[in-house]
Ligand binder design. Sequence first.
Ligand SMILES: [Zn+2]
Length: 178
Amino acid sequence: MPDEFPAELKFCYWGNPILRKMAIAVENPESEETNDFIQRMREKLKEHDGLGLAANQVGCDRRVCLVAFPKEDDYSEIKALINPEIIESSDEKAIYEEGCLSFPALWLKIERPYKVKVRAFIHGEGEAEFEAEGTLAEVLSHEIDHLNGVVFIDHLPQIRRVLLSKELKRIAMEHNDL
Ligand SMILES: [Zn+2]
């Protein structure tokens, strides 16, 4: 079965139900359709300037995400991960000041595992298993969460989410045709 990708990528914000959808596995990670989709996702990430982007943030329900890997002093090597999963997480946690392109101008302190082990098909490289720590582990967790319909506010304690409800409503109203 060929994988289906949207003809046009539309940026999706909080309030759009696709952010709550569990994405479907890509059948052919090396097909022309997949290559083309990844190329278009890369352009979107460049436009929006972030450290990562999940397919459902651009209106596609397939398990693909882009993640910025460290290169020299910068997070400038963008890799496309297909069907990624976290297979191990450390008990050790770290707190990160996090943002999400689907929640413009919202920065939150989020607790995540300090280290993760990921299995994925890396576009242009092949099947891989690797460990990551610190910021890279944070971005990987954030993007892979997206593919499972999970967003960063889900990691907040209930009380903090309640305090944010007005702000979340504002984001949804401003960025969706509700
Ligand atoms: Zn995000």
